[in-house]
Design a protein around this ligand. Structure first.
Ligand code: ADE
Length: 242
């Protein structure tokens, strides 16, 4: 997959795109990253990219011209799924990330200032938010989106890892606790059940721990998770009231 990011701060992306799993996927030719400085496309003599809002009000608005020119140069007549990172977009979910992972090319616009000239939305296929909070710009959300989508692209995660076997794909429940050696760390012991090699017992314990963690942290997820009679009995014993 080719990913282009249109941004006022291309320097923010280097560490994230070229390090760790994303860096490895890039080296292996699975992902290709390009960042583009919107400011370089400003036809204004001061290379401005923002201006006052028509109608007044606090805050500056990102101008249409540099974004249009940048987008047109980057697409160069080709096609891509064009995404704007904005708190007013639809919320990023694993389903959306899985869908985007099938695209051959993404172009992501990291918005800035109080807002963007509405005419920019003509260039955009999807407006995406990473959550109901407002950040200072769309750069961090763009990195979150790229990381999240990449995990669903075959070959990005090693064989040992999987995008399926974790919180939010673990049957709609949160992940159970994990431990590694030593079994005794400063007197804090690994639960006995994990040490005895009885896989039926281990699976039961893990299921129960997932249920408890979800009940504690995200009870809303229990509404949608496929739960059997045993799960419900266990949850009710621990205070679940549905
Ligand atoms: N830009 C600022 N806040 C954002 C958010 N929560 N999601 C996406 N883009 C943003």
């Amino acid at each position: 997959m080719r990913i282009d990011v249109l941004t006022l701060f291309p320097e923010m992306f280097g560490g994230v795109f070229h390090t760790s799993m994303l860096g490895r996927a890039e080296t292996n030719g699975i992902l290709e990253f390009h960042t583009h400085d919107i400011r370089e496309y400003s036809s204004n003599k001061h290379h401005n990219t923002d201006d006052y809002a028509f109608g007044g009000g606090a805050g500056m608005v990102m101008m249409a011209q540099p974004v249009f020119d940048c987008m047109e140069a980057v697409l160069d007549g080709g096609s891509a799924r064009r995404i704007l990172m904005t708190p007013r977009g639809r919320t990023l979910t694993p389903e959306l990330a899985r869908e985007l992972a099938k695209e051959e090319r993404l172009v992501i616009l990291a918005g800035h200032y109080e807002g963007l000239d509405e005419r920019i939305s003509e260039l955009i296929d999807d407006e995406i938010s990473i959550g109901d909070y407002v950040l200072t710009g769309g750069e961090l959300p763009a990195m979150v989106l790229v990381d999240c989508v990449s995990r669903f692209i075959p070959g990005v995660l090693g064989c040992a890892e999987s995008a399926e076997d974790e919180s939010f794909s673990n049957d709609g429940l949160l992940e159970y606790p994990q431990y590694t050696r030593p079994a005794d760390f400063r007197g804090r012991l690994v639960p006995e059940v994990l040490l005895n090699g009885n896989h039926a017992e281990i699976n039961k314990w893990r299921r129960q721990q997932s249920l408890l963690k979800t009940l504690e942290m995200r009870p809303d997820l229990l509404e949608k998770a496929p739960l059997d009679k045993k799960d419900l009995e266990f949850l009710r014993l621990h205070g679940y009231e549905k």
